[in-house]
Design a protein around this ligand. Sequence first.
Ligand code: RB5
Length: 148
Amino acid sequence: MQKIFLGSDHGGFELRNTLKQYLQQTRKDIEIEDMGVPEEISVDYPDYALKVVKKVLKAEDHLGILVCGTGIGMSMMANRFKKIRAALVHNEFTAQMAKQHNNANILCLGARTTEAELAKKLVDIWLDSEFEAGRHTRRIAKLDDFLG
Ligand code: RB5
């Protein structure tokens, strides 16, 4: 069964819970695992990005959703890891491209920039879009192979 790992700091706590409930209700074919933060206390977003990254790297079809205030810190941390392609999205078009062109395996959202109904829609678009492969396979291989 495909798995999605959710993580947030305090800034993304409420939206992460909303998305967890939404996914549990609407995606019976996907296992949803919540990596915290377990309560709304001030924490450091890199710690929660790391928890999700470690899980996503365990299997090809594992995905992650990371939420902080802006989504910026989460995406910065997640993209430090080889084979993580984390996309911070704000609208329908970027959510669609994140899968079609970048095959993002982590979606990052900002709880202070994106209201809950739009966030649900963006998650759906990302999950339901297909990676277009072709020339994009070569391009993401260059990302995945990059050692810095
Ligand atoms: C926490 O206040 C905030 O900095 C964090 O949630 C996030 O927006 C960082 O990028």
